[in-house]
Write a protein that binds this ligand. Structure first.
Ligand SMILES: *Cc1c(COP(=O)(O)O)cnc(C)c1O
Length: 391
């Protein structure tokens, strides 16, 4: 790959921050000891782990002992939900939403399948802006509910759910509450000390740390059953020798996120709005997907009617612009994403949806290039569409 890249796919993964890379390097070279060993050489490594735990805790308003390091966001999601299910085996109901990441959605569906449908799964509906109905949620909560798992912010649309209120409602009924906050951490303020959230998942590679490291927060006092059973690492909550270099990196990324947060909410938001307003104004029959207000500052999902997202991405790729489409090409089919389908986005629009997700590394100049590049791409593709009629 040569030429410049305009990277607008930060909800898929983010570049590792140079400061993060520098922080982890000693743990890939000189500081190779096992943090569980007794000699002081390994003690330095254990100290790195300890510092990282405090850095992560500080970003989300947690206590260090509430932080368990895992291998990824997916492992954290599985660990939380399976823990709740195993801790209360007599409860056979799970509440989640129709728009969860596959890490939660497929797990809940599999728990039901593998237990011969002994588990009932309620997938809460969303409206056309991607928002939940809290009355439907309240009615779904029951004495049989083992766990509620609702994402903090949606990876495709950026829509933010009212987690504080939903966790409070679960707590009132004595029900465990998990949130997949992989997209929210580092982008919006989170203060777990003030919330009734029992479990929270986050992932390193979505906030400028490397891939393959995550965190599960477990509130102090919440009953917990481990998923990976092995050694005594992570106070018996997750067996396996710690991925120290990546954990140190994640700690550093969390420390940086504290200082980036203000930028996310001013500069990144302004860039996102410039991109979004520019595209909607310059390209006819383009529609914003997701609530305009309750949304991450970095995400914008737009449907360009009568064109295929995959075709748009190919043309964008030629210009060095990286983004995602709302059709699940990964599955080999061109089915529109489950998120857009749940929102009732019509097929003609869902097929041509593109997600742009920004970071603090993007510049105004990049956004202006995209604004100049997109209209001719969409216009040329529409010329090929049998359904497109120019007004
Ligand atoms: C990326 C993502 C995950 C999965 O995290 P991994 O570390 O890649 O396993 C889970 N949930 C959401 C909302 C995500 O965006």
């Amino acid at each position: 790959m040569s030429g410049r890249i305009i990277y607008l796919d930060n909800n898929a993964t983010t570049p590792v921050d140079p400061e993060v890379r520098a922080a982890m390097m000693p743990y890939l070279t000189d500081l190779y000891g096992n943090p569980s060993s007794m000699y002081s050489f390994a003690g330095e490594v254990a100290a790195g782990l300890k510092r990282a735990r405090a850095q992560v805790a500080a970003l989300i308003g947690a206590m260090p002992e509430e932080i368990t390091f895992t291998s990824c966001g997916t492992e954290s999601d599985s660990t939380a939900i399976l823990s709740a299910v195993r801790t209360f085996p007599e409860k056979r109901h799970i509440i989640t939403t129709r728009v969860e990441h596959p890490a939660v959605k497929n797990l809940c569906e599999n728990i039901s399948l593998f237990t011969g449908h002994k588990y009932r799964v309620t997938q809460l509906k969303v409206d056309d802006r991607g928002m939940l109905d809290l009355a439907e949620y309240e009615a779904a909560l029951s004495d049989d509910t083992a766990v509620v798992s609702v994402m903090w912010a949606n990876n495709e649309t950026g829509v933010i759910f009212p987690i504080a209120e939903m966790a409070r409602m679960a707590k009132k009924r004595g029900i465990l509450f998990h949130t997949d906050a992989v997209q929210a951490v580092g982008k919006v303020p989170i203060d777990l000390a003030a919330l009734d959230v029992d479990f929270l998942s986050l992932s390193g590679h979505k906030l400028h740390a490397p891939k393959g490291v995550g965190v599960l927060y477990v509130k102090k006092g919440t009953l917990f059953t481990p998923f990976l059973i092995g050694g005594h690492q992570e106070r018996g909550r997750r067996g396996g020798t710690e991925n120290v270099a990546s954990i140190v990196a994640l700690g550093k990324a969390c420390e940086l996120a504290v200082s980036h947060m203000a930028q996310e909410n001013s500069r990144v938001r302004a860039l996102r709005d410039r991109l979004e307003e520019g595209l909607l104004a310059r390209i006819p029959k383009s529609i914003l997907n997701g609530d305009k207000i309750n949304r991450l500052p970095n995400t914008c999902n737009i449907s360009f009617e009568y064109v295929e997202g995959e075709a748009i991405l190919l043309h964008m790729n030629r210009e060095g612009i990286c983004a995602s489409s709302g059709s699940a090409c990964t599955s080999g089919s061109l089915e529109p994403s489950h998120v857009l389908r749940a929102m009732g986005v019509p097929f003609t629009a869902a097929h041509g949806s593109i997600r742009f997700s920004l970071s603090v590394y993007n510049t105004e100049e990049e956004i202006d290039f995209v604004l100049d590049t997109m209209p001719p791409i969409i216009a040329s593709l529409r010329k090929l569409s049998p359904f497109w009629k120019e007004d």
